[in-house]
Design a protein around this ligand. Structure first.
Ligand code: C2E
Ligand code: MG
Ligand code: MG
Ligand code: MG
Length: 281
């Protein structure tokens, strides 16, 4: 009996594994077609500068317009793109596209592009970024790359070297989703990030969970002491904004101000007389 049950379980397990493998292969295959056919699009979400009372930058967020499945979220396809290494080509496209579009924005407005740990591990990222800057004509100071703490898990020395070389040409480096995952404070003293982006989970709980205010204050104080800016991610409520302002957070990003939008909407938003940032001010 036990043997039978075991076999049954095994067969079931095998089938779902097989199905899962097939689903992945389908996504991988679709991703290759998407690259060839240009099915990706960047949406942009503004970051409001609390000191200057205006939009300081936009974060580029990838969207996949699948011909039959509709728009697919990056959380659904970036992991597959990373596992298959396709993120290198997709990420290079994003860097070129973001720089090209940012070139048409006012000079004080920067663009932030997410860069995967896989892109940092593989050779060629520095060259890709230099090419994106050169072909677009965007000043390096107007490009910020967002990396996550996970890049410090492996190959720290090579990663540090790469980050330093990017910084040397003027590209800004932000640490994304700060406070989640592998937090080790040691790399904060060994690398001069331009910005820490406080993860949305802290902001969502800011006025809910006891201690969240203290944690966010510790992060903004630490960043300030190290000469780094802070961005609060996922700001959805006025009460959160008020708390973040009183803490001296540099900038805020979230649905309270704007959702990620297609490029043509960015132009409209920037052309508006009173940017929505005024309401923040
Ligand atoms: P992220 O870099 O932390 O980007 C912020 C995410 O939070 C975005 O989700 C954004 O739409 C969402 N968000 C912003 N404000 C709010 C808010 O007020 N409330 C809520 N609930 N969410 C908010 P999105 O666009 O789905 O992207 C998810 C993640 O996918 C990104 O997280 C990033 O890790 C990754 N990603 C997106 N585009 C790229 C890309 O071009 N390259 C790479 N490597 N990763 C990307
Ligand atoms: Mg990001
Ligand atoms: Mg983030
Ligand atoms: Mg996040």
């Amino acid at each position: 009996r036990a043997k039978e049950a075991g076999r049954g379980t095994y067969a079931f397990f095998e089938e779902t594994l097989n199905e899962r493998a097939q689903a992945r292969r389908r996504v991988e295959n679709d991703l290759r077609i998407a690259i060839e056919q240009g099915q990706f699009e960047l949406h942009y979400q503004p970051l409001f500068d609390l000191d200057k009372h205006r939009i300081g930058s936009f974060e580029a967020l990838m969207r996949w317009n699948h011909p039959t499945r509709g728009q697919i979220s990056p959380t659904d396809f970036i992991p597959v793109a990373e596992d298959t290494g396709l993120i290198v080509r997709i990420g290079a496209w994003a860097l070129h596209e973001a720089c090209r579009q940012a070139k048409s924005w006012p000079e004080h407005v920067r663009v932030a592009v997410n860069v995967s740990p896989i892109q940092l591990q593989r050779p060629g990222l520095a060259e890709t970024i230099l090419q994106a800057l050169a072909s677009s004509g965007l000043e390096p100071q107007r490009l910020e790359i967002e990396i996550t703490e996970s890049v410090f898990l492996a190959g720290t020395e090579a990663t540090m070297k790469l980050l330093h070389s990017l910084r040397a040409i003027g590209v800004r480096i932000a640490l994304d989703d700060f406070g989640t995952g592998y937090s080790s404070l040691s790399y904060l003293q060994s690398f001069p990030f331009d910005k820490l982006k406080i993860d949305r989970s802290f902001i969502q709980n800011l006025l809910v969970r006891p201690g969240a205010v203290a944690v966010v204050r510790a992060i903004t104080d630490l960043a300030g002491a190290l000469g780094m800016e802070t961005t609060a991610e996922g700001v959805e409520e006025d009460s959160q904004l008020a708390e973040l302002r009183s803490q001296g957070c540099s900038s805020v990003q979230g649905f309270l101000f704007a959702r990620p939008m297609p490029a043509r909407k960015v132009a409209e938003l920037l052309a508006q007389k009173g940017e929505p940032g005024r309401k923040v001010a």
